[in-house]
Design a binder for this molecule. Structure first.
Ligand code: SF4
Ligand code: SF4
Length: 178
């Protein structure tokens, strides 16, 4: 009989312990993301879809050195290099990546490519909406990976236009009408 009482007491204690955890989380803050109604919040180190970066002048940072492709254990980076010319300057170096593709059928988001890049040209973004029914759609091209080019300066950032009936005002540096 004492054994039965001890078993009942142990079971009650185990139940109380388990429900303590349940009620503690029940009353705590909600951490569930309300996706897709609201954007998902990622930690800074989240490894999402890659981004090919641009420098401060808007040129592509990638110099087509192939180090990322060599470091990739899944062999999913494809690059074709081309030479920059005076008329067609894409990167600040001698070469640029004319073709740069990542096959997300194979990518394991290991970050080795990011670590291998000497130019900080490729990083992980926080994009994750990559699911597709067609495996071809999982091969992302440079045009999809590349950071957008910086917008041209706003009109108010440009110097004022001098109209034919205006002469510069030496006191203000702004044109004035005759
Ligand atoms: S994250 Fe890893 S698997 Fe994906 S492209 Fe980079 S090196 Fe390859
Ligand atoms: S992303 Fe970086 S490592 Fe890869 S080819 Fe371009 S410069 Fe080289």
């Amino acid at each position: 009989m004492p054994n039965i009482i001890r078993e009942i007491a142990d079971s009650a204690a185990a139940l109380a312990k388990g429900f303590t955890v349940t009620f503690k989380n029940l009353l705590g803050p909600t951490v569930t993301e309300n996706y897709p109604a609201e954007p998902v919040h990622f930690e800074d180190r989240y490894r999402g879809i890659h981004i090919l970066r641009r420098d401060e002048n808007g040129l592509e940072k990638c110099v087509a050195c192939f180090l990322c492709a060599a470091a990739c254990p899944a062999n999913c980076i494809y690059i074709e290099a081309a030479e920059n010319t005076a008329e067609n300057r894409i990167s600040a170096a001698e070469r640029y990546a004319k073709v740069y593709s990542i096959d997300y059928n194979r990518c394991i988001f290991c970050r080795y490519c990011v670590e291998a890049c000497p130019c900080d040209a490729i990083t992980h973004g926080q994009g994750f909406e990559i699911a597709a029914y067609d495996t071809n759609a999982l091969v992302w091209r440079k045009e999809q990976l590349l950071e957008p080019a910086p917008a041209p300066p706003e009109p108010h950032d440009r110097p004022p236009r001098v109209l034919p009936n205006q002469v510069p005002n030496p006191n203000q540096g702004l044109p004035t009408s005759r």
